[in-house]
Ligand binder design. Structure first.
Ligand code: CA
Length: 229
């Protein structure tokens, strides 16, 4: 599984790509405008981008360059002209693959799969691709809600597990106490922001070798918490 964004202004091509990818189990969004495509690519949580070169408002060159400033996700560039592909390669924009139109949808799917597999191996944990998140000695099984630390099971309360899972599925991002409280506790309408602090401390005691010097759950002073991968 994986979530894919297609930035393509030719509707028939975009729909064809989407159909083939969906048949193969991927979740797919289409964006036909370059500017909106770039916004989505940067702000939404995609696992791979299929990017056409010639687009309204912002072209594929620029989009690729901008995505690379913040993300390492695979980018497959699509172009009608072979010369353009050579040009993109020459520019070293950081695209992972290049496809010339017309291409067979089956070939595109094969490339998507290959890049997602490679990326998954590279990062070690991909949100939404597996039931298990593994980061160094920590493994979190989403389906069975079990947590293992160095191959030993550690028992978590429901909220501790929810909080750990939320942070681990959004690694390297800082969340304020308010945000975490909203995410995990808002439906219960009990507790306050100190609840977050208490739970963070308990999680650290369970997963960190040295809770006062955490390697997973870092405090960002004055801002909040971040799960480090
Ligand atoms: Ca185009």
């Amino acid at each position: 599984m994986g979530k894919i964004l297609i930035v393509e202004d030719e509707k028939s091509i975009a729909e064809l790509e989407k159909d083939y990818l969906e048949i193969n189990g991927y979740e797919v969004d289409i964006e036909s405008d370059g500017k909106r495509g770039l916004f989505k690519a940067k702000n939404d949580d995609y696992d791979l981008i299929i990017l056409d070169l010639m687009l309204p408002n912002v072209d594929g060159f620029e989009i690729c360059k901008e995505i690379r400033k913040g993300k390492e996700i695979p980018i497959i560039m699509v172009s009608a002209k072979k010369e353009d592909i050579d040009k993109i390669r020459g520019l070293g924009l950081g695209a992972d693959d290049y496809v010339t139109k017309p291409f067979s949808p089956g070939e595109l799917v094969a490339r998507v799969k290959a890049h997602l597999d490679r990326y998954e191996k590279l990062t070690g944990n991909k949100k939404g691709t597996k039931d298990e998140i593994k980061i160094r000695g920590l493994s979190i099984d989403k389906a069975s809600r079990r947590v293992m630390v160095d191959d030993k099971e550690v028992i978590f309360t429901t909220k501790e597990f929810d909080l750990l899972l939320f942070l681990a599925t959004n690694p390297n991002r800082v969340f304020s106490k308010e945000e975490l409280f909203d995410k995990i506790w808002s439906a219960d309408a009990i507790g306050d922001l100190s609840t977050v602090t208490v739970h963070i401390r308990k999680i650290r005691e369970k997963i960190e070798i040295d809770p006062s010097n955490p390697q997973y759950l870092e405090t960002i002073w004055g801002v909040g918490y971040r799960f480090d991968v």
